[in-house]
Design a protein around this ligand. Structure first.
Ligand SMILES: [Fe+2]
Length: 322
């Protein structure tokens, strides 16, 4: 038997389908429209206790998506025997602030949906995945800051080596990159020896599958350093060559970054993994991040990121304006 219920946070409802029957039961033949309905409503959906092999995981994701996303930071972690679009979440132990996948550049477009499948949970309550509802986040932003993000968007600056920009933009040389960026003038670069310094001006606020505006972006995962007192000693990810700016070119000051981290920490739903969990997120609404694992435990999580099938996107748009 399967049970459908809301779980964890009343402020940020999520939906769980739990297998309460045979341990070997494969993924349920849930109605796709029903799952889309719950994704539209809450931006997240969890299947727990089902027997999820790699092949079943990949097949399941193709019910929703027909185009999948290469993760620019994970060239070396593709899972063997997969179709090439399943990658393993890095096993190294660190914290990473909540972000929308691939939201720091305009092309290829960021994925609509994120799929995570827990092969091995850390075995205690640590190593959780932070789930941050961007709709709730937006409601907590001070009005002036919300308006500024809404009107100006955000600029991400990064230095990428050749392998990284080849993967990020899906090109093999600078001529192809130049041709691509002619179509996307909100993104520009300059050469720095073997590296490029790239600046991309993109929205900070997106409209979700369910039609609600959401503060869903990559800002907090793109910081040059983390100085928030609550996160000192927590091995929170940053990269010294990254920068984040408001759309008018002013670097986002530390007090604003701290405010954003405070909102994240206030509303984050900390998902403690169980083996076989399959979590689906609307990437245009729910940001994901990670917390450190205590005590030397290890977690293994498969991931896939995809663009929603055109027929389902049409369905989502139709119901959006009911
Ligand atoms: Fe991610």
């Amino acid at each position: 038997m399967n049970r459908l219920k809301s779980f964890e946070s009343p402020e940020s409802p999520a939906w769980l389908v739990q297998n309460t029957g045979e341990a070997k039961q494969p993924l349920p033949g849930l109605d796709l429209g029903e799952m889309i309905h719950h994704l539209r409503q809450s931006g997240m959906f969890l299947l727990r206790g089902f027997d999820v092999s790699l092949a079943r995981f990949e097949e399941f994701t193709t019910r929703f998506c027909d185009r999948f996303h290469d993760v620019g930071t994970r060239q070396a972690t593709e899972t063997s025997n997969s179709d090439g679009y399943t990658s393993e979440v890095p096993r190294s132990n660190f914290s990473l602030f909540a972000h929308s996948e691939g939201a720091y550049r305009p092309w290829p477009p960021p994925p609509d949906l994120c799929f995570f499948n827990c092969v091995k949970s850390p075995g205690d309550a640590s190593g959780q995945t932070m789930l941050v509802d961007g709709a709730g986040f937006l409601g907590r932003l001070p009005r002036d800051l919300r308006e500024r993000f809404d009107q100006q968007g955000v600029i991400y600056q990064a230095k990428w080596d050749q392998a990284r920009w080849h993967t990020e933009f899906g090109v093999t040389n600078l001529e192809e990159l130049d041709a691509l960026l002619l179509e996307h003038p909100q993104c520009e670069y300059q050469l720095e020896g073997e590296l490029i310094e790239v600046r991309c001006h993109v929205p900070a606020i997106q409209v979700s599958m369910g039609g609600v505006p959401a503060f869903a972006n990559g800002l907090l995962a793109h910081l040059p350093h983390v100085s928030h007192p609550r996160w000192q000693g927590a091995n929170a990810y940053s990269k010294g060559t990254n920068r984040v700016f408001f759309g008018d070119g002013e670097e986002i000051p530390e007090n604003v970054i701290h405010r954003l981290i405070d909102i994240q920490d206030d509303i984050a739903l900390n998902h403690a993994w169980m083996d076989k969990d399959l979590l689906i997120l609307d990437n245009t609404r729910v940001m994901h991040g990670r917390r450190e694992i205590d005590g030397g435990g290890e977690r293994i999580i498969r991931s896939r990121f995809g663009r929603i099938r055109c027929d389902l996107a049409q369905h989502a748009v139709e119901v959006r304006f009911e």
